[in-house]
Design a protein around this ligand. Structure first.
Ligand code: CMP
Length: 504
């Protein structure tokens, strides 16, 4: 069992002890209530130390999968968890998020107000196809625009004052955007290309502005987060780590099988920045650059999906501490930044169906190309992704259920709770959780329900318009979106009635 699994079990046990303690608190025997209180505190302390031990690069992530389809379980386990490895390093940087809020929020808010006018001018001056208000939308579809990096980087960096604060020259920034695009287009991959990179940047920007997190992080953290989002898959070859390791690819040998792709994305990007024409950070203070570079490396490496379970467990424990108001409620802001980037990276399933389905089609085609290569070049009879036999519907259901849902669930809780902290600090004492609805909550449910409807009634042959390259039959799928909408509507009416009945 890995430390992450132990952490998860311990957290659940602690929650149960706390529940029993509070149910006995009123009329239970006082001596037993006291003992339970002490046990709870002790468990809290152990939990806290355990999170501390799990440094951000700890490779101890295993997920429990209960899928009937063996092939899909294997894919989920191989991609989103890693075999246990002992790590002796303890986390050295574990700072209170509240302290960060106090230090940065006021200054940041002030700076943002001052620069508001400049922002509105930029898209007109540079003749960009969209403005920042469009990029603020969760439903924005990056695939509708050419050269997505040029406008998304310019507008989003400007919106967060990154251009002015770090004295970035606009021509250098444009050169950088073109070089970044070239890198993302190097292998002509269906999914891991410039649309995906720009989409993750825009989604990360949305996550920041839809919560009070913009006021939680420091300027350098925001710059590092947005830059990492843009570059996190730079020069992606469209093949996964497992494949590169299995085939003894040069990259796997260079990085000793350890987060091969993620190491390459970060390393080749910093190599690009050695070119003066592209170095947008040349005016950054040397000490700041050191912090920035270290943060970017850590954030990009954390996009290795083998970290998924570790990240989610650390965030769940943080939420538990916040919720129970235990003695030592602190969070590592780096973990929070990593979770935001991880969430943005897998966010396609939380977007409106018409946007999501395009990403799903592209990633499935990329998986199938890898499967084709495994079959042709390595005579692998059972590739992870087989164009002929992989059940796309079950794969999407498994991906949403086991990976996307838990990630956005914990993120929603943490965002709401941190927003509340911030709101209370700003003396908005009346704010409560029900005032917030996060943009992904409905579409994530709808997308999952749509696949479930297809799985129940669908004719899978009709779903696929073409097998190579994969093309899905959008019109046919739309019927199931409508069915799923009806199901969700009925479910919410039922929940409403149930709540009324319970409260009356
Ligand atoms: P990568 O971009 O390296 O990191 C996130 C991973 O999530 C991605 O590779 C895929 O393995 C997986 N992923 C993202 N979107 C989907 C999707 N719609 N269906 C299945 N897997 C996905």
């Amino acid at each position: 069992m890995t430390t992450v699994n132990i952490l998860g079990r311990l957290r659940i046990a602690t929650e149960q002890v706390r529940k029993v303690q509070s149910s006995l608190a009123k009329d239970g025997p006082p001596d037993q209530v006291e003992i339970l209180g002490k046990v709870g505190k002790e468990l809290d302390g152990i939990l806290y130390n355990l999170v501390d031990i799990l440094s951000d690069d700890t490779r101890q992530s295993e997920i429990n999968i209960t899928s009937n389809d063996g092939q899909i379980s294997k894919w989920l386990e191989q991609t989103f968890s890693s075999k246990p490895q002992r790590s002796t390093t303890a986390a050295s940087r574990f700072e209170s998020i509240k302290a960060v809020i106090q230090a940065s929020s006021f200054v940041n808010a002030l700076q943002r107000q001052v620069r508001q006018n400049a922002k509105e001018r930029l898209s007109a001056v540079l003749d960009l196809p969209v403005d920042i208000y469009k990029l603020n939308l969760w439903s924005f579809n990056m695939m509708e625009y050419d050269e997505p990096f040029v406008f998304s980087i310019l507008l989003i960096f400007d919106a967060h004052d990154i251009i002015s604060r770090y004295h970035i020259d606009i021509e250098t920034l444009k050169n950088f955007c073109r070089a970044l695009t070239d890198g993302y287009q190097k292998y002509q991959t269906p999914y891991h290309n410039d649309f995906h990179g720009a989409d993750v940047l825009q989604t990360t920007h949305c996550l920041l502005i839809k919560s009070s997190l913009m006021n939680v992080f420091t300027q350098i953290e925001i710059a590092a987060l947005l830059f990492s989002a843009a570059i996190h898959d730079y020069e992606h070859p469209g093949l996964n780590n497992g494949y590169l390791v299995k085939t003894k690819n040069d990259l796997a040998l260079i990085y000793n099988d350890f987060s091969v792709l993620e190491n390459h994305h970060a390393s080749s990007m910093f190599k690009l920045l050695r070119d003066k024409r592209c170095n947008i950070w040349s005016n950054m203070d040397t000490n700041e650059y050191r912090t920035f570079r270290s943060l970017v490396i850590s954030l990009v490496l954390a996009t290795d999906m083998a970290n998924h379970a570790s990240l989610i467990e650390r965030m769940s424990t943080y939420f538990y501490f916040k919720e129970t108001n235990s003695t030592t409620p602190s969070a590592d802001s780096k973990t929070l930044l990593q979770t935001l980037l991880h969430a943005a990276d897998i966010s396609n399933a939380t977007k409106p169906w018409s946007v999501y389905i395009q990403s799903a089609e592209r990633i499935m085609e990329e998986f199938f190309i890898q499967g084709d290569l495994e079959k042709i070049n390595y005579e692998d009879r059972k590739p992870t992704f087989d164009r002929e036999s992989t059940d796309i519907v079950q794969l999407q259901i498994g991906f949403i259920t086991h990976i996307v849902h838990p990630t956005f669930d914990v993120l929603s809780k943490v965002l709401l709770i941190d927003s509340l902290d911030y709101a209370q600090k700003e003396s908005k004492a009346t704010t409560n959780l029900s005032n917030y609805t996060l943009p992904w909550q409905y579409d994530l449910q709808l997308n999952l329900e749509t696949w479930k409807q297809i799985s129940r009634n669908g004719d899978l042959k009709k779903m696929i318009a073409k097998r190579k390259p994969l093309k899905l039959n959008y019109d046919y799928l739309q019927e199931y979106v409508e069915k799923a909408k009806t199901v969700l509507r009925k479910r919410s009416q039922h929940d409403l009635l149930l709540n009324c009945a319970l409260s009356s």
